[in-house]
Design a protein around this ligand. Structure first.
Ligand code: PEP
Ligand code: MG
Length: 583
């Protein structure tokens, strides 16, 4: 019977597909489709790994046996018997075969999918002894996966690939309790048509990456991953934040129609690509792109962006098991982004890890999970705590600037002392390159305004920086004391709270007075419901994911900024600005 769960709408559109439930701990298993002729090879790879694990277990059993009955640990022997039994379990082997043969999943994906199916059955068992066998099954599967890691698929393990085989033409949607931003990045070129997670806020970084993929997504759907079962038909309504499970034929037809309407709308918007973003009263508006990887430059150009307003460089640093990219690797990545933008400016933000962007999946430092990482060692604080690492990044950016226009952007500054230290390190990086005779370019220096303390001391920032970029995601989080990643307080995350609007208006006005550039690069910039207000507050530069550019441009083309300016002042003075937003 069909039922629905509600969450937060984070990425537009409708996706209809079969559910793939993934536990986040197993997320770094590759997900890709194999060709029909590769199906037997995948099954063989799995059989080989299973036999190898069985041989390992038998070897341990033999050595226990050799120790003699008095030394052999009876519990261990019994456990090994259970593991051997699970290895041969028909539900596991037949299930895995099913996913490979019927769905063309690669072996690792098939194995973890079947694990989820059986694990749920264990969870529902009354008998605590049997329930505990779930942990054994997980151990056995992890052992098989470890062995398979050494035996790569002929298709190329590690790179999720879109399906190319008509037999696997069923769209798939991914359902997980949680996905880290690094996990999401891994799925960027993947097979999934949509995402649902139980946790997360609208501007959590997981949601941001989902938005950059331009596929429907719902976060904060509470217990969706528990309620939905592997292979269920699911509709994700990314506009309304609704997930429909096991939809009736009528619902399927209704959402299928909406989906086609969305496609027609996209097609219509694509015609605006080469239209200049100019308002009815002739104001030129700069539309820039937010990117996470150098390769995203292609999408930015395709959407008609006139530059990159925010390259979130931290995505180069994530999911690498603590091994950070060195100067050379970073330089190559930044250079690729700069060259990819073909002479248009690229704003590279120095690393902003911490909070909901941990370097690795283990989100927090051991023993510190009582702390709120959003208030901790994050962004520029993290960089200043490790000057050698920071200098390497600064040198890499300065070197990339020799290949095209680059702006250097510093996140989360709040203190004059941080500004001084940062500028001193930029200066030192320049000197180091000069001394080594390494080519570097000239960069414009910018600061992000994302902490109220910064928004209230704009003259200090304007004294030291060439331009400012307002990070509304964090500015809202810190002004309203709302964790942006916590769905439990997402109803209080209010971009038009009077306090937020005053900080925004003040920052934009002071930049204009001093003749300095100012843009907004938070999610607010790509939200069409906010375009008129931001224009009315005087904003002329917006940075957003490429997929949002054309819709925002459409709004801009219909606006008259002189009229909006008066209206924005009324909104700014209102007790409840949200009530005036549709005027
Ligand atoms: C912001 O805070 O608005 C911003 C653009 O930075 P991030 O979302 O990466 O924290
Ligand atoms: Mg931020």
């Amino acid at each position: 019977m069909s039922f629905s769960v509600h969450g937060l709408a984070v990425s537009r559109g409708i996706a209809i597909g079969r559910a793939v439930i993934v536990a986040s701990s197993r997320i770094d298993v590759a997900h890709y489709f194999v060709q029909t002729e590769q199906v037997d090879g995948e099954i063989e790879r799995l059989r080989h790994a299973r036999n190898e694990v069985a041989a390992e277990i038998l070897k341990v059993q033999q050595s226990l046996h050799d120790l003699g009955p008095s030394d052999a640990h009876p519990e261990l022997t019994a456990l090994l018997d259970v593991h051997l039994m699970l290895l041969q379990d028909e539900q596991l082997t037949n299930g895995v075969k099913h996913w490979i043969v019927e769905r063309h999943y690669n072996a690792e994906w098939a194995l973890t999918t079947q694990l989820e199916v059986i694990a749920r059955q264990f969870d529902e068992m009354e008998d605590p002894y049997l329930r505990e066998r779930k942990a054994d099954l997980e151990q056995v599967v992890e052992r098989i996966l470890r062995v398979m890691r050494g035996v790569t698929s002929p298709v190329g393990v590690g790179q999720p690939r879109p399906g190319q085989d008509s037999a696997v033409d069923v769209p798939l949607v991914l359902i997980a309790h949680d996905l880290s931003p690094a996990d999401m990045l891994q799925f960027k070129q993947s097979v999934f048509a949509g995402f649902v997670t139980d946790v997360g806020g609208k501007t959590s970084h997981t949601a941001i990456v989902a938005r950059s993929m331009d596929i429907p997504a719902v976060v904060g759907a509470r217990s969706a991953s528990q309620l939905i079962e592997q292979d269920d038909w699911v509709i994700i309504d990314g506009d309304a934040g609704v997930v429909v499970i096991d939809p009736s034929p009528i619902l399927l037809a209704e959402y299928g129609f909406k989906q086609r309407q969305g496609e027609v709308e996209r097609e219509r918007l694509s015609r605006l690509k080469n239209t200049p973003a100019v308002t009815l009263d002739g104001q030129k508006i700069e539309l820039l792109a937010n990117i996470e990887q150098p390769e995203d430059a292609v999408g930015a150009l395709k959407a008609g962006a006139v530059g990159v307003g925010l390259f979130r460089s931290e995505f180069l640093f994530m999911g690498r098991n603590g091994k950070l990219p060195d100067e050379e690797e970073q330089y190559q990545a930044y250079k690729r982004a700069v060259e990819g933008m073909q002479g248009l400016p690229v704003t590279i933000r120095t690393v902003d890890v911490g909070a909901d962007k941990p370097l690795d999946r283990v989100a927090q430092r051991a023993g510190e999970d009582h702390l709120n990482p959003a208030l901790g060692l994050r962004a520029i604080r993290w960089s200043l705590a490790d000057p050698a690492m920071f200098l390497a990044q600064l040198r890499a950016i300065l070197r990339a600037a020799a290949h095209g226009p680059v702006h250097l952007l510093i996140p989360m500054l709040a203190h004059a002392s941080e500004i001084r230290q940062t500028l001193a390190l930029v200066h030192r990086a320049r000197e180091q390159l000069e001394a080594a005779g390494v080519r570097q370019g000239v960069v414009k220096l910018g600061a992000m305004i994302e902490v109220p303390a910064a928004a209230l001391t704009i003259p200090l920032f304007l004294k030291h920086f060439d331009f400012l970029s307002i990070g509304t995601n964090d500015l809202i989080q810190y002004t309203l004391a709302i964790d942006r990643a916590d769905e439990a307080v997402s109803h209080l995350y209010d971009p038009v709270h009077p306090a937020v609007l005053h900080l925004l208006a003040n920052t934009i006005a002071q930049c204009h007075e001093q003749g300095k550039g100012v843009s907004v690069c938070g999610e607010m910039a790509g939200d069409v419901a906010m375009t008129r207000l931001l224009l009315g507050l005087g904003l002329r530069s917006f940075s957003m994911h490429p997929s949002q550019i054309l819709a925002v441009k459409q709004q801009i083309l219909r606006c008259d900024t002189t009229r909006l300016q008066t209206w924005a002042q009324t909104v700014l003075a209102a007790e409840d600005p949200a009530a005036l937003m549709t005027d």
